[in-house]
Design a protein around this ligand. Structure first.
Ligand code: TXA
Ligand code: MG
Length: 322
């Protein structure tokens, strides 16, 4: 049975001895292990049931230097680090293949690196003499965990230490950008740091998708982040109301009052992108635990600040309207 603990010391010992442990970050909880230890990395892939061709993000401390791991680093990367690290931004860089365990990169010649902001994640990284790989601490394709309890319920029978770090303040995974081209970057996965903030930091540096060969990233999978119950998303509230009229036993996640949908199961979320991101995975889990048979979510607008949440909803759910 997994165990939630408050003390950082047993987590440090576990990681130093080649074990794996769940740790809080500001985005979601991660399943962490020594990024230089093949057996630790293998345990992570096995517990997550993650295909071996899905590379992992390496987490470094704010005292560490990307030049230890990456090569041919474009100049524009440094202002990004300056502005957004520690924080929810992952950089995919060309890597020195002699310095990175091939299981981390899934055999690609690029490495995803992130410097997390959560104080406990930083504390762990500063105490350890190696970086950590840390995919989200959930079975592959399922809803990511934003609390220690979520991790525990994701792996009920695993013998896993979980470091208590409270609710993750961001709530969705980091923004990932591909930074292998000196001319500019490309967003691979949307997150809390949005395209408006990136282009304010780096005017004229975002490249059109077709200019770069796409690497493997779960943002590219058609389905991901899925709850157990069917999740339907709707752009127009009238369609959502009509759906609920036919399926009254529905859990609704929306900015409209629940009475609009003639249901009392669900949550009204004010139209605030950060709040939706914070609540999304928690709400999908609450919906799974509820007596509802289906989950309905109204899709936020197609605007930069909403891209992270929209991307998760589009991958987690289906639409009835083509
Ligand atoms: O916020 C986060 O990034 C969280 C926390 C725990 O840090 N981690 C996380 O890891 O979301 P994971 O494994 O669930 O997602 C990592 C994503 C995957 O979509 C993977 O394909 C992509 O990063 N990725 C890793 N290395 C890559 C690479 N070299 N090139 C392109 N994509 C890469
Ligand atoms: Mg994940």
């Amino acid at each position: 049975m997994s165990q939630i603990i408050q003390d950082i010391q047993p987590i440090l010992t576990c990681l130093q001895q080649g074990g794996i442990a769940a740790i809080p970050t500001e985005t979601v909880y991660g399943l962490a292990g020594n990024a230089t230890d093949t057996q630790a990395i293998q345990q992570i892939y096995a517990l997550k049931q993650r295909p071996l061709d899905h590379p992992l993000i390496m987490h470094i401390s704010k005292e560490d230097d990307i030049r230890h791991y990456a090569i041919d680093i474009p100049d524009y990367v440094y202002p990004l680090i300056q502005q957004f690290w520690p924080g929810p931004l992952t950089l995919v860089l060309r890597c020195d293949l002699t310095k990175i365990n091939p299981l981390v990169t899934a055999g690609q010649n690029t490495i995803a690196i992130r410097c997390p902001q959560h104080p406990l994640a930083q504390q762990l990284l500063q105490h350890l003499p190696f970086p950590l790989v840390a995919p989200s601490a959930n079975p592959f394709g399922k809803v990511s965990p934003t609390s220690a309890q979520h991790v525990q319920e994701s792996f009920p029978s695993a013998d896993l230490l979980i470091l208590e770090g409270g609710r993750c303040p961001v709530g969705i995974e980091s923004t990932i950008i591909l930074a292998t081209d000196a001319k500019g970057y490309r967003i691979l996965r949307h997150g809390n740091i949005d395209s408006t903030q990136l282009s304010a930091a780096l005017p004229h540096h975002e490249l059109a998708s077709q200019m770069i060969e796409a690497p493997r990233v779960s943002g590219n999978l058609l389905t991901h982040y899925q709850p157990t119950k069917p999740l339907y998303y709707f752009t127009h509230v009238a369609d959502a109301i009509a759906f609920c009229a036919q399926k009254p036993n529905t859990y609704v996640i929306s900015s409209y009052p629940l009475s609009t949908f003639a249901t009392n199961q669900g949550i009204i979320l004010p139209e605030d992108p950060k709040l939706w991101a914070y609540e999304l995975y928690d709400q999908l889990r609450l919906a799974d635990h509820s007596t509802a048979q289906t989950i309905l979510i109204t899709l936020p607008p197609e605007e930069p600040a909403w891209q992270g949440t929209r991307e998760r909803i589009l991958k987690a759910g289906t639409t009835l309207l083509k």
